[in-house]
Ligand binder design. Sequence first.
Ligand SMILES: [Zn+2]
Length: 284
Amino acid sequence: MYRRKKFAPARRCAGRRRRGNRVLEDLLSITILLCSAALLITVLAPWEEGSAYSAGQDTDVCWPEPLPAEPPLPADRGEPFPAEPVPVDSWQLLLVNRWHSLPEDYSVQLVELRNGFQVDERCYPDLQEMMDDCRAAGLSPLICSSYRTQEKQEQLFQNKVDRLTAQGLSPEEARTEAAKSVAVPGTSEHQLGLAVDIVAADNQNLDQSQETTAVQRWLMEHCWEYGFILRYPNDKSEITGIGYEPWHYRYVGAEVALDVRESGLCFEEYLLLREETLAANPEA
Ligand SMILES: [Zn+2]
C-alpha cells in the first residue's frame, strides 16, 4: 500500500493533494471554530447562569447548580452532635415545678395553633411536625391544653379547691389536695408555653387509660425526635411533684430530649445530674 501511493501518476497525485489540502483546510477551519466556541462557552457560561461569582473561582464552590435535597436523618440519631451544648441558663432548660415558680419577669412570644390554643413560637415548628407525623402514621392526636395565663391557672386551681371543699374538706386540706393534681398558679409548666397536653381523639380522658392508646404509644416512642419529653413519668411522681400524666409533653429541644431519653431520668433528675457533671468538669 505504501509503495503504490508513493509511485502514483503525477496528475492523480496532484489532484489528490489538492483534495487533501481542501479537506485539511476544512478540518482546520472547523477545528478553529469549535475551539473558539468552546472557549466562549467556558468563559461566559457562569455569567449567563446569573452566577455572582467570578469565572476564576473554584467551580466546586461556585457552580450555580441547585444542591440535591439533604437526606432525612435516621430515627436513631445516636450521640448528640451539636458543637455547643445547650447553656445551663437556656430557656429550654427552665425548670418550673412546685418548688420552682415561673420567673416574675417571664415573657413569651406566642403563636396560635389552628384550634385556637397558643404555644411558645420557639417550639411551634417541632410541635407541628410531630403532630403531622403522628397523623401520617394513621393516628388522631388532639392538643387539649397548651399555654395558660396566670389567671387561667388560678381559675383551674380554684375550681379544684371548690370541688374538694364541696366534698367536705377544709379550705386548707382542699388546697393541699388540689395541688396534687393541679399545679399551684405560678408553678405550672403550661405557663411557660412549652408544654402541651395531647390526647387520642377516641379517648380524651385525662387518666391512666391514655397510656394504652396508639396515639400515646406513638408519642412516647417518638416525641424526643421532635424535642419533647414525657414530663411526668409513672415512677417519678415524688421527684416531679406531679402524678403520672401520660399526655403531658414538655419541649426541651432535640439535644436535651435525646439526653433525657437515654438517661432514663426525669427532667428534675437530669438537670441535677447535668449541674453536677458541669461542676465536676467545668471545661466540659
Ligand atoms: Zn399538662
